[in-house]
Design a protein around this ligand. Structure first.
Ligand SMILES: Nc1nc2c(c(=O)[nH]1)N[C@H]1C(S)=C(S)[C@@H](COP(=O)(O)O)O[C@H]1N2
Ligand SMILES: [Mo]
Length: 438
């Protein structure tokens, strides 16, 4: 009997998770007796805290592919880059597994890759690369990278760069686009000049309300002059002290894939505002309208819409500061630890767009109790924050490490990704990593 349920639960979780859930939890909504044993059979171990497993939530082991599993995701194999999770080859997109984000400063090797078009050829003379600043300015400027560096104060900052669609994979029904988990984030150390200093040198007219950004990457159609993406932001963000025109990453030249020789870094806001291979800033007298603006692009509903409904973006607003999120970098989802392991020393990072992170909590008993982790201050504003902490385990078995950050305004990561939208922006649910001991 138990064996029959066991097999069916495991298969059902794969084929029909809702029925599996109903079968395992029954009418009382709690996992016990034969059903608990069956669930243990399905996850491959006893479940010490099985009594508090929530109904209606797919066990983490079945809900997220583990990189370690056979049939797991394809990995990137490219000189200079780590084994990132391949999301697509044309355009080239790859996500960083959380365990590769264990470095306090993200190496170029481990940075996620997000392209909307092609990757342009490397500039023959990077110092001679030109940036044009025009539009609602008193004086149009044309500056080389060499001139930018010579003329304006050069600063270095650790800055979070997170794709607006990070966490998209958690939306149900599925949202359109790369199915990022939590790994479309980096915290590199960028060197450059402030966009604000350059805009001030050009002189903003009183009509200047927004920017529009252009880069040298070709559109996938190869149509000359057609931008792959050209987004823009409110002038206030452009004038913030951490918004950089960057020409170095981690003390070295920026790799070609990451926007050499000049890119914007607009920390805390959707990564699409960090234009790579930057050639032109167009200062606008109205919100920018390039590809990637308007409709449902990088925009979220002002009032919640029915999940899965089609909507052309009426009553949507641009996603600006990114929501709070934590990653776990010390243990891979699906990891197996030796029998007898009685504590987990956990590490990770957390960030919250323009805000900071006040707390990170971890639960290993399906949310019945939470342990506060130690959260370090950011290296500077807009850098992520590292967290560490220890949780005890009562015995061998199947655990889920649930990790959840709280921002400086008290907002926590929710249980389910909030505010469903067609392109899946802002999905920051509590994360769950399956860990097997013994
Ligand atoms: N020119 C250009 N800049 C771009 C993009 C692009 O396709 N073209 N993609 C943007 C998006 S959507 C993101 S999330 C970041 C990713 O930066 P990375 O590839 O260096 O990690 O670059 C942004 N800048
Ligand atoms: Mo992005």
């Amino acid at each position: 009997m138990v064996r029959r349920i066991e097999r069916s639960v495991q298969e059902l979780y794969r084929d029909d998770p809702e029925r599996a859930d109903a079968l395992a939890f029954g009418r009382r909504g709690a996992l016990k007796g034969a059903a608990l044993a069956a669930m243990g059979g399905a996850v491959g171990a006893a479940i010490p805290f099985g009594g508090s497993m929530p109904q209606g939530t797919l066990p983490a082991l079945f809900s997220r592919p583990a990189a370690a599993q056979s049939g797991g995701p394809a990995l990137l194999d490219l000189p200079g880059k780590g084994p990132l999770i391949l999301q697509g080859e044309r355009p080239l997109n790859a996500e960083t597994p959380e365990t590769l984000l264990d470095e306090p400063v993200t190496s170029a090797r481990n940075m996620f890759i997000r392209n909307n078009g092609g990757v342009p050829d490397a500039a023959a003379d990077p110092r001679a690369w030109k940036l044009v600043v025009e539009g609602e300015v008193n004086q149009r400027l044309e500056l080389t990278v060499g001139e930018l560096e010579a003329r304006f104060p050069v600063i270095t900052r650790q800055l979070q760069l997170e794709c607006g669609g990070n966490g998209r994979a958690f939306y149900q029904p599925q949202a359109r686009g790369n199915q990022w988990g939590n790994g479309a984030i980096s915290n590199g150390e960028w060197t450059g000049v402030r966009l604000r200093d350059v805009l001030n040198a050009a002189g903003l007219k009183s009509s200047a309300v927004a920017t529009g950004h252009y880069g040298a990457d070709p559109h996938l159609s190869n149509e000359p002059g057609r931008p792959a993406i050209a987004r823009g932001m409110r002038i206030a963000k452009a004038m913030e002290e951490d918004t950089l025109l960057a020409f170095r990453l981690n003390g070295a030249a920026i790799p070609q894939l990451h926007g050499a020789p000049l890119r914007l870094v607009t920390p805390g806001w959707p990564g699409s505002l960090s234009q790579k291979w930057l050639t032109r800033i167009w200062v606008r007298d109205k919100p920018h309208d390039g590809p990637g603006m308007g409709g449902t692009s990088y925009r979220v509903p002002v009032r919640p819409i029915v999940p899965g409904s089609s909507n052309n973006g009426r009553d949507f607003a641009d996603l600006e500061s990114m929501p709070v999120r934590a990653i776990l970098s010390s243990h891979a989802h699906g990891a197996r630890l030796p029998a007898g392991t009685r504590a987990l020393d956990l590490r990770g990072a957390a960030w919250a767009g323009d805000l900071t992170v006040r707390a990170v909590h971890v639960s290993v008993d399906f949310g019945a109790s939470w342990t506060a982790m130690q959260v370090a201050d950011p290296a500077n504003r807009h850098a992520w924050q590292r967290w560490t902490g220890r949780v005890a385990l009562p015995s061998d078995g199947y655990y889920e490490v649930w990790y959840r950050a709280t921002d400086s305004e008290g907002r926590m990561q929710p249980h389910a990704p909030p505010n469903w939208n067609p392109q899946g922006y802002g999905g920051n649910p509590i994360s769950r990593a399956a860990i097997l001991v013994g």
